[in-house]
Design a binder for this molecule. Structure first.
Ligand code: FAD
Ligand code: UDP
Length: 395
């Protein structure tokens, strides 16, 4: 076998491992991906008619407060000064999102200051005020009170997850900031921006090393190629970033995932909605949001004759669908623990990334966790013979 290390999956997790192993340890790395391109869900391409860059698997916004990750990614790309802002359209009116003083005052037709607004929301959170709820429904009400929750979160979350918000973990909603200022940046992170030459140029730079050999359209579980599961077993260390339940042939049952359908349309106008993302939190629209890709790169000289939009629909993932968002109900968490136990028994095999750990990871988290795995497990294994043990699915 012509590789010291096999990486299954060329998303940010797999590529970070491959890049570090090749450039820092001089290892020969084979990277497999069953898709026809590298980059996993962050892959983008220019729409054929307009040349506008579209993110094929849903809009991807890079943001991080992790200094190490921010330094690392600058090895491959520069970032624009894009700051993500989202608007939401409720009952024929457009509000800024996430919920901030502007949203609160517009919704209640008031001109409250921060202290008064906090008091109002606390009152509207009722018995949940000051508590620390563990499910999405109660957490949402505790954070923003019942009226705002029902307007902006309840139906949107219903469309996005089709799971009772009482059965969803509170972390999902805790991702969204609530601000008692007029700051309507979507993310709280210290750094954000979009790759100046697009995601694919960034991803290709990561894989561009003479020791990295990429094999596309290659599924780890298919026989008939030299890096399949049966050929690599016990021969060479493998980093697996595909779905963990698939790896164990669903022995402990299927983990539940959400997938999304993206309906793309090219419109013969310069600008459709005036911003990159408009959310639709009401029941009357079946989609959760509309992305308009030209607004991610206002610095580019895109055509004025057309624009590209994508409506996003969310649904439960069946076996043949791309698994995107782990649903993470109590049942799923029990299955995940069982998979973690199984993973401990796998020799020379590490599980990582969003699919391999069944975790809602942003790009910077996937990269950060790959850098830690490289430092703590892969480098010590190759430089001083430390045993390569997964220690559970949670790398
Ligand atoms: P992935 O990117 O999923 O890569 C895994 C790769 O493994 C895939 O290419 C897959 O084809 C391959 N693979 C799986 N099984 C096999 C197999 N058997 N054989 C060979 N190859 C296999 N993050 C942000 O920071 N900001 C955002 O705005 C953002 N938006 C997102 C929107 C959506 C809709 C989704 C789904 C994710 C979003 N993310 C965002 C998260 C981001 O996509 C992930 O953090 C990042 O892609 C994780 O990288 P990964 O390498 O773990 O997984
Ligand atoms: N959410 C909502 N209304 C909104 C935006 C988000 O209810 O207008 C909830 C929803 O449950 C969603 C979660 O907040 O899953 C996290 O939102 P985010 O935009 O971070 O989700 P992502 O971009 O990862 O799909």
């Amino acid at each position: 076998m012509n590789a010291d290390l096999v990486v299954v999956g060329s998303g940010f997790f797999g590529l970070t491992i491959a890049e570090r192993a090749a450039s820092q340890l001089g290892l020969k790395v084979a990277v497999l991906d069953r898709r026809h391109h590298i980059g996993g869900n962050a892959y983008s391409e220019n729409e054929a008619r307009t040349g506008i860059e579209v993110h094929r698997y849903g809009a991807h916004l890079f943001h991080t407060s992790n200094e190490r990750v921010w330094d690392y990614v600058h090895n491959f790309t520069e970032f624009t000064r894009y700051v993500h802002k989202v608007y939401t359209r409720h009952k024929g009116e457009v509000y800024p999102m996430p919920i901030n003083l502007g949203t609160i005052n517009q919704f209640f037709r008031t001109a409250l200051g921060p202290v008064e607004a906090r008091a109002l929301i606390q009152e509207q959170a009722g018995e949940l005020a000051g508590t620390d709820p563990q499910n999405l429904n109660d957490k949402g009400i505790q954070l923003i009170g019942r009226p705002l929750y029902e307007a902006f979160i309840k139906y949107y979350t219903g469309k996005q997850w089709q799971t009772d918000p009482k059965d969803l973990p509170a972390e999902i909603i805790s991702r969204l900031p609530v601000r008692y200022t007029y700051d309507n940046r979507y993310f709280n992170d210290k750094y954000e921006g979009l790759p100046v030459n697009g995601y694919t140029a960034w991803i290709e730079r990561m894989a561009d090393h003479p020791n990295i050999d990429v094999h596309l359209n290659t599924d780890f579980f298919d026989e008939g190629h030299e890096y399949s599961r049966s050929s690599t077993l016990g021969q060479v260390p493998v980093i697996y970033t595909g779905p963990v339940d698939r790896y164990f042939d669903y022995a402990e049952g299927d983990l539940s995932w959400r997938t999304i359908d993206l309906e793309e349309e090219v419109l013969p106008i310069e600008d459709f909605q005036g911003c990159s993302v408009m959310n639709y939190p009401d029941e009357d629209a079946a989609y959760t949001r509309i992305h308009e890709f030209r607004h991610f790169h206002p610095e580019r000289d895109y055509t004025k004759d057309a624009t590209v939009i994508m409506r996003e629909y969310s649904r439960f993932a069946e076996k043949d669908d791309e698994p995107y968002y782990p649903i993470n109900t109590a049942e799923d968490r029990a299955k995940l623990l069982a998979y973690r136990d199984l993973a401990k028994g796998e020799k020379s095999m590490l599980f990582g990334g969003r699919l391999g750990t069944y975790k809602y990871l942003d790009m910077h988290m996937a990269i950060g966790s790959a850098l830690s795995m490289f430092d703590n497990k892969i480098a010590p294994h190759f430089t001083s013979g430390q045993k390569l043990e997964s220690g559970g699915v949670d790398a």
